[in-house]
Write a protein that binds this ligand. Structure first.
Ligand SMILES: *[C@@H]1O[C@H](CO)[C@@H](O)[C@H](O)[C@H]1NC(C)=O
Length: 143
């Protein structure tokens, strides 16, 4: 995430170089150690082989707080674009990936992450043609 610095904080940052270097080293170390997370499921359903098409639009029936970086936060009432649907292994929860629709970000892709399918109501399907493909570690890579 990018934070905006006020002129005041930029000044204080430039005056504390050793601290900045330490912070940068710390951040680099942190992203280098961003290990891949466990896969939530071995297979998924998408609108196309690249999972680039939105499958459907759904409305959140409940709040969801992301437990880790693989997931996204969703608030009740928000609209969510669904990009993929994981096919759960027996006994596992059903998770879909998507991004929260927001007019502010209409020209940008929102943050994509997973959420439980049970907290949304699919209101609009954009495609009936779906493909089943194996998930890869990249589907669950985040930091
Ligand atoms: C889901 O949306 C449909 C309208 O698209 C509505 O009729 C239905 O009541 C909704 N279900 C829930 C659980 O809110």
């Amino acid at each position: 995430m990018h934070t905006q610095h006020s002129p005041g904080s930029a000044l204080s940052v430039s005056m504390s170089c050793p601290l900045v270097i330490l912070l940068c080293v710390g951040l680099l170390h942190q992203s280098a150690s961003a290990v891949r997370m466990d896969k939530l499921a071995p297979n998924k359903i998408c609108g196309d082989a690249e999972c680039s098409y939105v499958i459907s639009l759904a409305t959140a029936l409940d709040d969801f707080i992301a437990p880790d970086c693989r997931f996204i936060n969703i608030r009740r009432g928000q609209m969510v674009y669904v990009y993929s649907k994981l096919i759960p292994e027996e006994g596992a929860g059903v998770f879909w990936s998507g991004s929260v629709y927001s007019e502010r970000y209409v020209n940008q892709m929102g943050i994509i992450g997973y959420f439980p399918a049970t907290i949304v109501n699919e209101t609009q399907k954009f495609t009936e043609d779906t493909v089943k493909i194996p998930t890869t570690n990249m589907d669950f890579f985040c930091d």
